[in-house]
Ligand binder design. Structure first.
Ligand code: PGA
Ligand code: ZN
Length: 399
């Protein structure tokens, strides 16, 4: 028994300088802390991060309505605690408590119980006999909602597919550096900036950006002797309006978009394409997966929003072959694990992901290893990103 003794919530900053919530959970002989991140290109079907009145209103709701119910419960019954959080909130999308308040408590609780048992979180979550280090997906160049004046496609990612944990994360960091060198050459007189996740941003067309990242990945891959690849997160809902996908120089119909993405996959040997179509187009996703799913990951982020119900529909329709996993899209650890389990049982791959507004919390590294995810998408550089990447190095040591 790991009796819940007390829970404290506080408002802290995320990496964009916005308020977010941090939870401290005390159980008998154990302590856990988790702070919740926040997205900018959020899916329409995610739970809401905070109630209308913001972080403070969410914390107040929790203190007034939930705390008393949880104190004295056995913290090892994660599912019961998570059901109670949903029940007391009483809305389908955590609009009273805020999904970020729920997720902070839910994950901090698991960390507290793991601590009481003297286990690292990845062991407590997974109990896997042979856990392995996931491939890091590092955003090195981008735009969309994460950067002013950048590319239309949100993220161009470097993916290290070989090496130990440090070699993999270092390879992505070197690609990030190579991209800077390429941008300096391309824009000798212009200032070059970074977006919210630390990826470079510049006034480039999407195809120019892709060829710069492809070149950088090939160079680092050769230099280090590691297999590497390029991935995209199009975040296509963000540039879909009135039935068309709007690029800087043209707009595409859904049919043309499918053709365009399939062509990019072949031309650049892409390893993954995330959200290549808008978040309600399950059919279009299925069509694209049919075409390229044999040679490329088709990842649903805004499409599935880590929601087991939406994933189930997607699996039935053959809408993708991989799912992005973000704890605060669904609000509890239990539902997140449910989604992962469902994905793996259908042969879908999983990629555990950060949000664009992050905290220095390293926990998602444990989630990724614990569930046996194929990948972890958590940036390439920057303190709130390297917090997770460096944790992978420590976890590998423990393995
Ligand atoms: P976010 O988006 O800004 O909502 O965190 C990141 C992503 O689309 O993967
Ligand atoms: Zn995404």
């Amino acid at each position: 028994m790991s009796e819940i003794e007390y829970i404290e919530l506080r408002t802290v900053l995320d990496s964009r300088g916005n308020p977010t919530v941090e939870a401290d959970v005390y159980v008998e002989d154990g302590f856990g802390r988790f702070s919740a991140p926040s997205g900018a290109s959020r899916g329409k079907n995610e739970v809401v991060p905070f109630p209308k009145g913001g972080v403070e209103e969410g914390i107040e709701f929790f203190m007034d309505n939930v705390l008393e119910e949880l104190v004295g419960m056995d913290g090892a019954y994660q599912e019961e605690v998570d059901s109670l959080l949903k029940e007391v909130d009483g809305t389908p999308n955590f609009s009273k408590m805020g999904g970020n308040v729920a997720v902070a408590v839910s994950v901090a609780l698991a960390k507290a119980v793991a601590d009481a048992r003297d286990l690292p979180l990845f062991r407590y979550i997974g109990g896997l006999l042979n856990p392995s280090i996931p491939y890091p997906f590092g955003n090195v160049l981008g735009g969309g909602k994460h950067a002013v004046g950048g590319t239309v496609i949100q993220e161009f990612l470097s993916i290290a597919l070989e090496g130990d944990a440090f070699e993999r994360i270092y390879a992505n960091a070197l690609v990030h550096r190579e991209v800077k060198e390429a941008l300096k050459k391309r824009f000798p007189d212009a200032a070059i900036g970074k977006g919210d996740e630390g990826a470079w941003t510049a006034k480039l067309s999407d195809e120019e950006a892709l060829s710069i990242v492809k070149g950088a990945v090939e160079k680092v891959s050769d230099d280090m002797g590691l297999r590497m690849a390029v991935g995209l997160d199009l975040a296509a809902s963000e540039f879909y309006r009135k039935g068309r996908y709007h690029y800087s120089d043209r707009s595409l119909s859904p049919e043309e978009q499918i053709y365009f993405v399939a062509e990019l996959v072949d031309r650049y040997s892409l390893y993954s394409v995330e959200d290549p179509l808008q978040e309600e187009d399950f059919k279009g996703f299925a069509q694209l997966t049919e075409e390229i799913g044999g040679r490329c990951l088709v990842i649903g982020d805004d499409l599935f929003v880590t929601n087991p119900g939406r994933l189930k529909k997607g699996i039935e329709m053959g809408a993708a072959n991989a799912v992005l996993v973000k704890l605060n899209q669904i609000g509890t650890l239990t539902d997140t694990l449910r989604t992962v389990k469902l994905a793996h049982s259908a042969g879908y791959k999983t990629v555990v992901s950060h949000r664009s507004g992050e905290t220095e919390d390293p926990t998602i590294a444990h989630l990724a290893v614990g569930v046996g995810a194929l990948g972890i998408k958590t940036g390439a550089v920057g303190g709130e990103r390297t917090a997770k990447l460096n944790e992978l190095v420590r976890i590998e040591e423990e393995l």
